[in-house]
Design a binder for this molecule. Structure first.
Ligand code: 5RP
Length: 270
């Protein structure tokens, strides 16, 4: 958020953010949901609510031939509440791909790598994204940054088997993550948050993650415990930790589409 945006009263800032999510979502659906598509992935989070609104607004004449595949309980409810056809990725015949998947993100870097999992749905989100021919990430203006870890400071969400959590935390400390912690339950719920898959989430902050172009500027990851990592090296290391089910780093994307709208909403895709 720029200085001028952050100087706005809180209520106006919140309105601006919601309007940006809505604009980005409607633009993304307009640009990337072709009437010929029959299988569509639907992600999780507050931005995706607008994506489903935009799809429902197309009307049954267009959507009746489409089936929507959720990334968890929230997105399943959204699809059903909008009266859209619901099906599950587990029932998708092998070798069949979704035409497109729409989802939000917590942060998007210059190379369109993403941090996801702020809503604890990252595992199913990654499965649905990987099953799609095209992944459209819908993100408002707050989410773009040069390097992951700049805008989203809560840490990289990591889905873990509960019994492995203490050892994963130890490993993260050795890797230079300061303040990694088990995500608490939602307000009013004691203990850790439990994902749709019965797992816990660890949020692991790292120094902003370097991109290949950073080496030309003389910026390099030093050693493991320095906490300075490139996106790919960190993703590679995290996913191999015993007890880690999935990580909220989505990397290797390309292409960026800027949706129209006064408040710089963006729709990124790979
Ligand atoms: C959930 C996610 C969401 O896509 C991400 O947290 C963005 O959410 P929002 O649209 O509410 O900002 O990854 O696991």
């Amino acid at each position: 958020m720029s200085t001028s945006e952050s100087a706005l009263p809180a209520q106006e800032q919140a309105r601006l953010v919601e309007e940006s999510k809505r604009l980005a979502a409607f633009q993304a659906v307009k640009d990337h949901l072709l009437p010929s598509y029959t299988k569509i992935g639907i992600g999780s989070g507050s931005t995706v609510v607008y994506v489903v609104d935009a799809i429902a607004a197309l009307g049954p004449a267009i959507t009746k031939s489409m089936t929507f595949y959720p990334t968890g309980a929230q997105s399943e409810e959204l699809i059903e509440a909008a009266g859209l056809n619901l099906a599950y990725i587990s029932k998708l015949p092998s070798g069949t791909q979704l035409d497109v998947a729409f989802d939000g993100a917590d942060e998007v870097d210059d190379d369109l790598n993403l941090i996801k999992g702020g809503g604890a749905c990252l595992w199913q989100e990654k499965i649905v994204a990987a099953a799609a021919k095209k992944f459209v990430c819908v993100a408002d203006f707050r989410k773009l940054s040069p390097r992951l870890g700049t805008a989203w400071k809560k840490g990289i969400p990591i889905e873990v088997l509960p019994m492995a959590a203490p050892r994963v935390l130890d490993a993260l400390k050795q890797m230079g993550s300061h303040g990694a912690r088990i995500r608490p339950g939602l307000p009013g719920k004691a203990g850790a948050i439990v994902t749709d898959n019965g797992m816990w989430i660890i949020d692991a902050p790292f120094a902003p993650l370097l991109l290949p172009k950073d080496s030309e500027k003389g910026l390099h990851a030093e050693n493991e415990s320095s906490g300075v990592w490139t996106v790919d090296a960190l993703a590679d290391r995290l996913i191999k930790l015993p007890g880690v089910a999935e990580i909220g780093l989505f990397y290797g994307q390309s292409g960026l589409e800027v949706a129209s709208g006064a408040q710089k909403p963006v729709a990124a895709y790979f």
